[in-house]
Design a protein around this ligand. Structure first.
Ligand code: ATP
Length: 448
């Protein structure tokens, strides 16, 4: 946990700076921008899609590929509507809502500190709130041509629903035994009352979820295990320890079936906020789906011959929130010895959108530099840039977090060496062309 003193010394980042960098350099910007945008929806541009894909790939590597006891799936966004009745979403997936009669804006009743002053009341800046109502966050759509209620379906509000309904099929086809997990990354949709803080609270977002199925008597052990794994993940990605903490849910906050919940929180410019939840869901999910589907989802322990409904430890993280946290964590404006300021993203190489930039010192030697870029492109996302002075080209790469720049100069023509410049230290070293690929690989994989 982070102490208060450490929190005070955490470098401050202005959200507006990150938002404007994201728009300027094409990481993330409003969806449907030319129509004035649509509230709660965001598009990832050329650099943003690379960043988010890298994050997803790293999560997948650590959660699925590195392990023998986790299987991955990619299920449909729309599931049988009974799925959401069984899970309790149709009835209970709601936030408390209030309207302001004066300014007509809507707020979550449990987040009124975010409401700010009312712009519409005379003689007072206080809102004139209505009674609290429950507002279901599930987005619905219609399937097929008929307009009757039977054709109503939901866009999933979380990705785990199909993990439970696919449990039996996946376990049998992969020949996994309890304990084992099923993981999935995919889109989720929530009709959030008040989308805000850039991508932090959106109406369409991506989740990466793991449901780990175990014996009901073993959930505590697995909870500790997965919590430790997840915190390791954030350390590996280079998160500033002062910006990450855990927060256990109090009894009153827990869903009725949830025995324990711990949030991983990140210190955003707008305060400590959840980026991931780790939950002990007991046997609730498989029991509910057994009941609603009429299918037996229990398993038999072959040694003890005991039959039981597996319990679940869940880790659920938002990829958009984590991508935003990565950007905030990495953002820096550094004063250089020459008095200039450079904007730099200290992104971990594993998530950096561009791994290497190849920069010929002059356009006249563009041809051999392009060949180097083409060779490196077989392995990494490489950016080739020959326009502008070299200092400015370095700055452009610093600003998007490119870990390494390879400069081809006139001397390279004769000594077959290039200069490799490192983003954070700005140190430069000469590297032979023959050893360039191995050198880059080693530098990018350092710390993993
Ligand atoms: P919050 O209370 O902040 O809305 P939550 O507790 O409802 O979050 P969960 O249902 O536990 O969130 O979802 C798991 C993760 O999915 C969250 O930690 C977050 O990273 C992500 N997530 C949830 N809702 C959103 C959203 N509206 N926009 C972006 N990411 C979201």
């Amino acid at each position: 946990m982070t102490s208060e003193a450490e929190t005070r010394s955490t470098p401050t980042v202005d959200l507006e700076d990150v938002v404007s960098l994201c728009a300027r350099r094409g990481f993330i910007f409003q969806s449907s921008e030319i129509y004035g945008g649509i509230n709660g929806f965001w598009d990832y541009g050329p650099l943003g899609v690379e960043l988010k894909n890298n994050l997803k790939e790293f999560w997948w590597q650590r959660t699925v590929r590195d392990r023998e006891d986790v299987e991955g799936i990619d299920s449909a966004i729309i599931a049988h509507p009974r799925t959401w009745e069984a899970s309790g979403h149709v009835q209970h997936f709601a936030d408390p809502l209030v309207d302001c009669r004066a300014c007509k804006r809507r707020f979550r009743a449990d987040q009124l500190e975010e409401a700010g002053p009312c712009p519409a009341r005379e003689g007072s800046s206080e809102h004139d709130f209505t009674e609290v109502r429950r507002f279901n966050l599930m987005l619905s759509t219609r399937i097929g041509a008929s307009e009757d209620a039977a054709s109503t379906a939901y866009l999933r509000a979380e990705t785990c629903g199909s993990i439970f309904t696919d449990f039996k099929r996946v376990r049998e086809s992969s020949r996994q035994k309890i304990p084992f997990g099923i993981a999935q990354i995919g889109k989720a949709f929530r009709n959030e009352i008040n989308p805000r803080y850039f991508t932090f609270r959106s109406r369409e977002f991506e989740q990466a979820e793991l449901e780990f199925f175990c014996h009901p008597g073993e959930t505590e052990r697995w909870f500790e295990y997965w919590l430790a794994q997840r915190l390791r993940f954030y350390r590996e990605l280079g998160f500033d320890e002062r910006r990450v903490r855990t927060r256990a849910h109090g009894e009153g906050e827990l869903a009725h079936y949830c025995k324990r919940a711990v949030d991983v929180e990140f210190l955003f410019p707008f305060g400590w906020k959840e980026i991931e939840g780790i939950h002990d869901r007991g046997s609730y999910d498989l029991t509910q789906h057994s009941e609603f589907s009429g299918r037996d989802l229990s398993v038999m322990d072959e040694t003890s011959k005991e039959r039981f409904v597996p319990a679940v430890v869940e880790t659920s993280v938002g990829m958009d929130r984590t991508a935003l946290a990565l950007l905030v964590n990495a953002y820096d404006q550094e004063r250089l010895p020459d008095g200039e300021t450079r904007t730099v993203l200290h992104l971990h190489p594993v998530v950096a959108p561009v791994k290497v930039a190849v920069l010929p010192l002059s356009k006249k030697i563009g041809e051999p530099a392009r060949k180097i870029a083409a060779a490196l492109r077989r392995r990494w996302n490489v950016f080739y840039d020959e326009s502008g002075n070299i200092g400015r080209r370095y700055r452009r790469q610093d600003e998007i977090g490119t870990p390494l720049c390879v400069t081809y100069d006139f001397q390279s023509e004769t000594d077959s060496q290039v200069t490799v410049r490192e983003r954070d230290s700005m140190e430069q070293e000469r590297v032979s062309l023959a050893g360039l690929e191995a050198h880059i690989r080693d530098r990018l994989e350092e710390g993993l």
